[in-house]
Write a protein that binds this ligand. Structure first.
Ligand SMILES: Nc1ncnc2c1ncn2[C@@H]1O[C@H](COP(=O)(O)OP(=O)(O)O)[C@@H](O)[C@H]1O
Ligand SMILES: [Mg+2]
Length: 245
């Protein structure tokens, strides 16, 4: 018959030099050690899986290399307006999930709209949320590709996926004057997301009333419900720094 664990432990204990403290004094402690080790290992596997998932998400997130390092901490504040924009972005992140209202960052190019939107997005991704930042032009292009006869992804699939994201950030709204069909698509996406209580972020150089004209009052009403409007009225950083950032 095989020796019991307790017997083995007893034998090992008898062999040990007196100055060595035993790690386990009985079988129960040995078992406890084994299960703690197993837990550590499975935690490691879980962490690795999360990491892999994260990389997949980041790969799909649409965050451009220019913005990959953007965070709240490296957002430079030189004016009270910039402080207000930073605070609003942080506040939006903090309250995320409590409202389907979205953020609207409005201002000239190079003023840091993508920077702060990316900071929000990266923090949400860290929490395992699915996020995509996409220019309206790219989004239209993605849809156009689904219309090809041999496209494995159909328009309805893309629409469903885009509407499922926890946060969709639409960049450069109003830069391109889309066709009627494209504007319809855009409003349909925002509308469907709002009905599913999913917020949409908007980056634009348009005013509120121009957005109402483009997207309709109902959508902009819902967008503002619990959402936040932030103006970026200062000049591009590139212009301020004489062409260099
Ligand atoms: N306040 C700021 N602090 C640090 N970097 C900034 C700030 N504003 C803009 N930038 C940087 O300037 C570049 C252009 O900003 P971006 O966010 O793309 O502008 P926008 O989206 O408004 O056109 C980016 O590399 C961004 O990280
Ligand atoms: Mg931008």
């Amino acid at each position: 018959m095989m020796a019991s664990s307790n017997e083995i432990m007893a034998r090992l204990m008898a062999l040990k030099p007196s100055h060595v403290q035993p790690r386990f004094r009985n079988a129960a402690e040995l078992m406890e050690f084994h299960s703690a080790e197993a837990m550590k290992n499975s935690q490691l596997v879980t962490d690795r899986n999360r990491q892999a998932r994260m990389e997949k998400i980041i790969g799909r997130s649409g965050i451009q290399p220019l913005h990959r390092e953007c965070s709240f901490t490296n957002y430079a504040v030189e004016t009270p307006e910039q402080q207000a924009a930073l605070d609003a972005a942080k506040q939006y992140l903090q309250a995320f999930g409590q409202t389907y209202g979205g953020f609207i960052f409005s201002g000239n190019t190079g003023t840091g709209k993508n920077h702060l939107a990316t900071a929000i997005a990266r923090n949400l991704m860290k929490r395992g949320k699915s996020v995509m930042i996409v220019t309206v032009g790219e989004l239209f292009e993605k849809f156009r590709r689904t219309y090809a006869k041999d496209s494995p992804v159909k328009e309805a699939d893309l629409m469903r996926d885009v509407c499922k994201l926890d946060l969709l950030v639409l960049d450069e709204i109003g830069v391109q004057k889309g066709s009627e069909h494209e504007i319809n698509l855009l409003t349909q996406i925002i509308d469907r997301r709002q009905l599913q209580l999913k917020p949409t972020g908007m980056l634009t150089n348009k005013t509120y009333s121009e957005l109402v004209e483009l997207l309709g009052e109902r959508i902009m009403d819902r967008q503002s419900n619990g959402g936040v409007w932030v103006s970026f009225p200062w000049q591009s950083r590139r212009a301020l720094k004489g062409g260099r950032i």
